[in-house]
Design a protein around this ligand. Structure first.
Ligand code: AMP
Length: 294
């Protein structure tokens, strides 16, 4: 495993792998502080690709001015040890100047998908995400790039980015990895104390309550949102930022769920830590499941 910090070296390595060795290259973009959620992406990349590259870069352009960029957990030594066990070929861990050299002035905006949900709560966030992914995709030119369903809107934005700008990269989305309590793994869980961590499990509990109502036939977005709100309200340490039901592809806000696949997503503060989570509501799959149950 080689740790690469220079974009020029990273480009050179991947160009050679592509041209001279015809290898399939998989990229797992991360901000480090790796946990089992990240590692599930690495495992799948290892299964699908001949060469696996994990990028570790806490991307300043996707953080708002009052967000946690400075205090975001960073531990490259620990991350390196973990990735060595997963047979990763390269870690790409550039400095900020390496990604955004002096005079940097070009940004990528995925319009329409970037202004709602997380984009509304975090203005500029997806511009930062789309810009850094464009740079990483251009440096590495991966055949496959791996993302977690945990950041649902990010997966939608990146799929649109790849389609619209004709990147030759296939986006693979993998399920959210959770603690046994249901809490989605997140690098930001490191900010939670023990009580907050326990309290945070209410988020997935609330989402699964609503999902169950959906399986039982509830089709009103307002009702599903109320179910989430009522469950979260049982936990005084947790304050909802938003709960929303959107089309899972266009992110159009839905009132009534019909035949489309829908995304039920939320953001919430647990103490001062902001967490996100979601479930996907599939009409066809739910119908099959409820038929099997009856
Ligand atoms: P981050 O380091 O937070 O930027 O996350 C890097 C990648 O890991 C993103 O594609 C995330 O969606 C994914 N990821 C983060 N948490 C989880 C999780 N609990 N399960 C699956 N994937 C995750």
């Amino acid at each position: 495993m080689e740790i690469i910090t220079r974009r020029q070296r990273m480009s050179m390595v991947t160009r050679k792998l592509r041209r001279e060795e015809a290898k399939t290259i998989g990229l797992v973009p991360t901000m480090g502080a790796l946990h089992d959620g990240h590692l599930s992406l690495v495992r799948e990349a290892r299964r699908m690709c001949e060469v696996v590259i994990v990028s570790i870069f806490v991307n300043p352009t996707q953080f708002g001015p009052n967000e946690d960029y400075e205090k975001y957990p960073r531990d490259l030594t620990k991350d390196t040890t973990l990735l060595a066990d997963y047979n990763v070929d390269y870690i790409f861990a550039p400095s900020v100047e390496e990604i955004y050299p002096k005079g940097f002035s070009t940004y990528v905006t995925v319009e329409g998908l970037s202004n709602q949900l997380e984009g509304a709560a975090r203005p500029g966030h997806f511009r930062g995400v789309a810009t850094v992914l464009t740079i990483l995709f251009n440096i590495i030119r991966p055949d496959f790039a791996f993302f977690g369903q945990k950041d649902a809107q990010q997966t939608i934005v990146v799929k649109r980015l790849v389609r619209d700008l004709a990147f030759d990269t296939e986006i693979v989305v993998l399920p959210t990895v959770r603690e046994t309590s249901g809490l989605a793994l997140s690098s930001r869980n490191a900010y939670l104390n023990e009580e907050e961590r326990r309290a945070a499990a209410v988020l997935y509990r609330a989402l699964t309550r609503a999902e169950q109502a959906y399986i039982n036939g509830e089709r009103s977005a307002r009702k599903l949102i109320e179910i989430v709100g009522a469950e979260v309200a049982t936990e005084p340490r947790v304050r909802l930022d938003y709960v929303s039901v959107n089309d899972a592809e266009t992110l159009e806000k839905l009132d009534k769920l019909e035949d489309q696949t829908a995304l039920l997503s939320l953001a919430a503060y647990v103490g001062s830590t902001r967490l996100i989570d979601n479930v996907v509501l599939h009409p066809a799959r739910q119908r099959v499941r409820s038929m099997a149950e009856s």
